[in-house]
Design a protein around this ligand. Structure first.
Ligand SMILES: Nc1ncnc2c1ncn2[C@@H]1O[C@H](COP(=O)(O)OP(=O)(O)OP(=O)(O)O)[C@@H](O)[C@H]1O
Ligand SMILES: [Mg+2]
Length: 240
């Protein structure tokens, strides 16, 4: 398969485009150079951002598969594209927190960096119009966004992913503060990890210096955003 196999544009989001392909059940995801924050009120872009996030995701998903996590990832297609299994996205974003930061710290009046005694999973309704509001699992079931069974499986996979990622990044001198996951359903009902794992969707702090190495550099105008993403790619692809 090549870029030429891109068919109909199925979905254009803030950071990626999803295309149909000639192969039933397969999509091509193209990572864009655009960055947005605060529900797209802040916009920017830099050259190489899409390629960096594509490469980071393409490095991580096979490692997660090897650790027993089913994912949508099939293979990298080009610098900015990857082949994935088409899924029906569960419209619930899964946010995992190891350390208080961002909206969690703000909501609860905690200082950023306060460690949590156990991981916290927050659930948000995937709705740009509403700004991805915080929900709980009862709400997701009551409104038909996911079944009890799906949510149980999502939670189980999420905790496995969390354990894998925390250890993986720690070996590379990075503290995984929090991260967002999206899951999807295959036609046979299997739940798989979809979307991406990148500095757009995680908070990464350098283990030694606590320096931020993720999208907060863009959100908060800290500068050095390109270098931080490039450094994260370097660390992710460094051998174990
Ligand atoms: N395997 C897949 N099959 C179908 N859709 C997918 C798959 N993986 C990711 N997606 C969806 O593709 C879109 C990716 O685009 P992008 O990340 O740019 O979205 P976004 O702007 O963050 O918006 P959204 O709030 O919809 O996620 C997301 O809606 C995501 O849920
Ligand atoms: Mg997204």
């Amino acid at each position: 398969m090549t870029t030429a196999d891109r068919g109909e544009l199925k979905y254009e989001g803030k950071a990626k485009r999803v295309y149909a392909t000639g192969v039933p059940g397969e999509y091509i995801v193209e990572f864009k150079d655009d960055a947005t924050a605060f529900n797209a009120q802040k916009r920017g872009s830099w050259q190489g951002k899409g390629a960096t996030n594509n490469a980071i995701t393409a490095a991580l998903y096979p490692k997660l598969e090897a650790a027993g996590i089913p994912t949508h990832f099939i293979g990298q297609l080009s610098a900015t594209e990857q082949r994935v299994k088409a899924v029906s996205i569960v419209p619930v974003e899964i946010v995992v927190r190891n350390v208080a930061a961002g909206s969690f710290a703000k909501r609860l009046g905690l200082e950023e960096g306060t460690p949590l005694a156990r991981p916290v999973i927050d659930y948000c309704y995937k709705s740009d119009a509403l700004g991805d509001p915080l929900i709980n699992t009862d709400t997701a079931v009551a409104l038909g966004w996911a079944s009890e069974e799906d949510l149980k499986r999502i939670r189980e996979l999420t905790l496995k992913i969390r354990d894998f990622l925390v250890a993986f990044f720690e070996r590379r001198g990075v503290r995984l503060i929090d991260f967002k996951l999206e899951f999807g359903k295959l036609p046979d009902g299997e739940i798989v990890l979809a979307d991406e794992i990148s500095p757009d969707t995680c908070r990464f702090w350098d283990l030694q210096t606590n320096e931020k190495m993720d999208k907060d550099r863009f959100r908060r105008d800290l500068g050095g955003v390109e270098d931080a993403y490039a450094e994260m790619l370097r660390r992710v692809t460094q051998p174990d």
